[in-house]
Design a protein around this ligand. Structure first.
Ligand code: ASP
Length: 330
């Protein structure tokens, strides 16, 4: 039994230890980050991965102009890429896994930290919208496979064949040799990740992909995983990733970028630092990883391991495809 004296002694000791731990933790970053006070009218910004982000950004911009939030904008924007059969790494038209199945990963997150995701989802055209329903209509964050599909059907989504003739032919071609290797840029994988800031200063992000082509059946990448393919902190910034999901998951990539911004880094420095963490620990010669980041001030950053990472930036009604700087340079 604790008597009052020993209880008080223990409590005092615990308080002292907690205080010490707190001040030690705060030391390296002391004073570097302040939450943003209040919110004024902001200049909206939309940022997305790759040049196929252009059509997506334009749609996201239309959503913002018609009064939609950044959450509405990122959802409507990435849906354009999900529905485009000519893009073979996202949604409809995505290249299948080794068994010839198109399996999709997606997630979405808002400034308050609400989020939802689906992974290993088949035959649903818009996984990002299912992810939003997971966020809004369930107590969960991530639904997988058949369960995710059942949920989508219960929410009124319909089953569709997402394997286009072109993707099926590519798979048949692949089956002749059955060689699996990760290639650096566009050829066999790519994700649309989008982050946006609306006129009310609210951030949001979405990320959606069919993942690595000819992957093992059941493989899930970084894109549906909050903190890996996407992370949003409404007081700091948002980040998204594309490239080899395994490498991004190993470093909790998007969370890392946002956390680095929290501790005072610019979006550009944070993306560069996150890439450095990967190249320090992993044998990066054969794969690509790219990060995009946006902070609450509307500043952005982009960086990749290898050259060739294009991204789309929209600001003040101007939409531009740019190429990021990279660790290995040209
Ligand atoms: N990150 C995606 C995945 O690993 C692919 C990509 O963005 O290239 O599934």
């Amino acid at each position: 039994m604790l008597n009052r004296r020993s209880f008080l002694q223990k409590t005092a000791l615990l308080t002292a230890l907690l205080g010490l731990k707190k001040s030690l933790f705060a030391l390296p970053f002391a004073g570097s980050w302040r939450p943003k006070a209040g919110s004024s009218k902001e200049e909206p910004v939309v940022l997305s991965t790759w040049d196929f982000g252009l059509a997506a950004n334009k749609e996201a911009w239309r959503t913002l102009e018609s009064g939609g939030s950044s959450l509405d904008a990122v959802e409507s924007g990435v849906k354009v890429v999900e529905a485009d059969p000519s893009i073979n790494s996202v949604g409809y038209g995505g290249l299948p896994d080794r068994e010839g199945k198109v399996t999709l990963d997606a997630c979405i997150m808002d400034a308050a930290g609400n989020c939802g995701g689906v992974c290993f989802l088949e035959e649903i055209m818009h996984p990002v919208s299912v992810a939003r329903r997971v966020m809004e209509n369930t107590p969960h964050v991530l639904l997988a496979g058949e369960g995710a599909q059942d949920f989508a059907l219960s929410e009124g989504f319909r089953k569709q064949n997402l394997l286009t003739d072109e993707a099926r032919k590519a798979w048949e071609e692949w089956k002749k040799e059955r060689i699996f290797k990760t290639e650096i840029n566009r050829e066999r994988h790519d994700t649309i990740g989008m982050v946006a800031l609306d006129k009310n200063g609210k951030l949001a992000g979405a990320c959606t992909t069919s993942g690595l082509s000819f992957k093992l059946h059941g493989r899930v990448g970084d894109s549906p995983i909050i903190g890996a393919g996407l992370f949003v902190d409404g007081e700091v910034g948002a980040a998204t990733a594309t490239g080899l999901g395994e490498a991004v998951i190993k470093t909790a990539g998007s969370f890392l970028v946002v956390e680095l911004m929290r501790h005072g880094m610019s979006p550009q420095d944070a993306c560069e630092e996150a890439v450095k963490r990967i190249v320090q620990k992993q044998d990066f010669g054969g794969f690509q990883v790219c990060f995009l980041a946006l902070n609450t001030e509307g500043e952005h950053g982009a960086y990749s391991i290898h050259p060739g990472f294009t991204y789309t930036l929209s600001r003040g009604d101007v939409h531009k495809v740019l190429e990021s700087d990279s660790y290995t340079k040209k």
